[in-house]
Design a binder for this molecule. Structure first.
Ligand code: NAD
Length: 315
């Protein structure tokens, strides 16, 4: 069935997602603050609106793909998106935002007489272009069912994770696992180098042993063992370090707010914030191995600060 869709935020992700909705036969009206993005979406069949509110008027579904929670809340309320839509419109926010902001967005939409889902994605720009994204959604089951045909036009999988905010919760928990495991794999490679292990030898063992994980076997942070990983192209993203830093910042905020003792998650958030603010600004998140290697540099033969016995136990 053809839906009338308003799509606001036509950037790296939103542009190709809106284009895939057009390809699936939906009528899509789009808006972005940047006129050049509106023009390029137009070439994919997205009709241009003069404002977000104009796009929303008359739509059955409003999809947003924006940088952060403050943009979503400002657009919904101050910029009049909720007020412009007809009653019962389904608002699907695909941006990655704070869980508390996502819940506030649900509340605002409901108070204005609408339906809402949080539906952040994984899969990156390539997934957005190829319509192979994974959606993690939060909200009522009926609204998820209503959204499913649209989500399947933009992605390969959609999981209903629970009530309002659950999609964002699943996204930041998953990316906390990913950020921590990439640091673990990177520290192990640097330790292996120090101990005289080749990258290939460590990979051959860990990839088929209990150290096996996506960060090692798909996005391997050293060049060689996995030819397609970003390490083989000077860490061109891939999944850019600033996006990992953003997601870990959201996870760290949620952990603090919930009183969760997420020591590794908080450390990973600090490490990625420093990396993304420096040499990692335009690199894949796996490039953090270089920062760890640089910080590990010391004269050959110098003892570690804490002597250990042959079992690694401090003496
Ligand atoms: P982007 O900066 O390319 O796109 C965001 C767009 O929103 C911009 O074009 C901006 O002009 C527009 N915008 C901001 N405020 C607006 C407003 N009030 N009205 C209309 N347009 C407005 O960002 P992106 O890479 O497309 O990411 C979008 C979201 O998706 C983010 O929340 C990000 O964390 C998440 N995400 C990104 C990736 C990725 O690989 N890029 C992967 C997964 C999730």
């Amino acid at each position: 069935m053809t839906s009338v869709i308003a799509f606001v935020g036509l950037g790296h992700m939103g542009g190709p997602m809106a284009a895939n909705l057009v390809k699936a036969g939906h009528r899509v009206t789009g808006y972005d603050l940047l006129p050049e993005l509106l023009a390029s979406a137009g070439r994919s069949g997205v009709r241009a609106a003069a404002s977000a509110a104009e796009a929303a008027a008359g739509a059955d579904v409003v999809i947003t793909m924006l940088p952060a929670g403050r943009h979503v809340l400002a657009l919904y309320q101050d910029e009049g998106l909720l007020a412009a839509a007809k009653p019962g419109t389904l608002f699907i926010d695909c941006s990655t935002i704070d869980v508390a902001d996502a819940r506030a967005a649900h509340e605002a939409a409901r108070a204005a007489g609408h339906r809402a889902l949080d539906a952040p994605v994984s899969g990156g720009v390539m997934g957005a272009e190829a319509a192979t994204l994974t959606f993690m959604t939060g909200g009522d089951a009926d609204d998820f069912t209503r959204a499913e045909p649209l989500l399947s036009a933009m992605g390969k999988k959609a999981v209903h994770c629970g009530a309002a905010g659950s999609g964002q919760a699943a996204k930041i928990c998953n990316n906390m696992i990913l950020g921590i495991s990439m640091i673990a794999v990177s520290e192990a490679f640097v330790l292996g180098e120090r101990l005289g292990l080749t990258h290939q030898a460590l990979f051959d063992v860990a990839s088929t042993a209990s150290g096996q994980c996506w960060a090692l076997t798909t996005n391997c942070p050293v060049p060689g063992p996995v030819p397609g990983s970003p390490a083989n192209r000077d860490y061109a993203p891939g999944f850019a370090a600033p996006l990992m830093a953003k997601d870990l910042g959201l996870a760290a905020n949620a952990a603090r707010a919930g009183g969760v003792d997420a020591e590794l998650g908080l450390s990973a958030a600090r490490m990625y914030a420093a990396f993304a603010g420096g040499e990692g600004a335009d690199r894949d998140f796996s490039g953090i191995v270089r920062a760890i290697r640089q910080r590990s540099a010391r004269p050959t033969g110098q003892a570690t600060t804490e002597p250990t016995d042959e079992n690694g136990t401090p003496e």
